[in-house]
Design a protein around this ligand. Structure first.
Ligand SMILES: [Zn+2]
Length: 271
């Protein structure tokens, strides 16, 4: 299979901490050449940065996820800007979640919008999380003028009808192992609605293992299973999915990748 690009994962997660060397080795052998690794709160941004500095195949992204707003410091936005300025990186995982309890919509939206605007000012791509909040997401994005430097919606769970308006606002649509489960008809319909040049795949490791995964703790090597599952649903070959999504992710994240490879911190060869 051609090289794969994992558009969304959390390699800093403590479930992977003790065995990261094996996990990265298996990813390499499975053909996963790049991974976008997202921090979710101030407490793990440092770990994401360290991983990206040690492994050129890991691209960093920093943000506050709607599940982890609590306990953030007063100066969280300045800290975020500092991390983003440290090296080429994306903004995320950020977004809206109407399924979380307790729900604090006003705070969620304020934190989300502040990060969207920071991404716009620093010219960074965004990685969005959205659960059961599609109309609000669409309203906020259209008020903000879309995503200025591109972005993706990770583990897409919206409707097929929502795909086009999101693409028109600059978003790529990323599918995780969740879409590979046979009962996920809504996911299959949404996948079929995505333009080939806006399609991405991801593992969301260590969460969301795809159908056929050997372990409940997911890892980037399982992206192969996501590519095959997506190929089956679309009536394409796994090679087509790999090539298409690798090219799409490369286009979206070009600013992060090209500068990273030239950065003196990154002396290792790309695998
Ligand atoms: Zn995630």
């Amino acid at each position: 299979m051609p090289p794969l690009f994992d558009a969304h994962c959390h390699l800093q997660d403590e479930r992977l901490a003790g065995r990261l060397a094996e996990v990265l080795n298996r990813a390499k052998h499975a053909g996963v050449r790049r991974m976008l690794c997202c921090g979710c709160h101030e407490r793990n941004w440092g770990a994401v940065l360290t991983l990206a500095q040690a492994h050129p195949e890991i691209l960093p992204s920093f943000g506050i996820h709607p599940w982890y707003m609590e306990g953030r410091q007063e100066d969280w936005l300045e800290t975020l800007e500092r991390f983003l300025s440290e090296q080429p990186s994306g903004v995320g995982e950020i977004g809206l979640d109407h399924a979380v309890t307790p729900r604090a919509d006003e705070e969620q939206e304020a934190v989300f919008i502040a990060q969207l605007r920071l991404a716009r000012r620093l010219k960074r791509p965004v990685s969005l999380h959205c659960l059961k909040a599609w109309e609000r997401l669409r309203a906020i994005l259209s008020r903000e003028g879309g995503v200025w430097w591109g972005g993706l919606i990770h583990s897409y769970s919206g409707s097929a009808e929502m795909v086009k308006p999101l693409e028109e606002m600059g978003l790529y649509i990323s599918f995780s192992g969740a879409v590979t489960h046979p009962g996920n008809k809504r996911g299959h319909r949404a996948l079929a609605a995505v333009s080939p040049d806006h399609l991405l795949i991801e593992t969301d490791s260590p969460d969301l293992p795809p159908a056929g995964a050997a372990d409940a703790v997911n890892e980037p090597a399982n992206l192969k299973l996501v590519a095959s599952g997506v190929a089956d649903i679309l009536g394409r070959t796994p090679d087509w999915v790999a090539e298409q999504t690798f090219a799409n992710a490369g286009r979206l994240l070009d600013g992060i990748i090209s500068t990273n490879s030239q950065n003196s911190l990154f002396t290792g060869q790309l695998v």
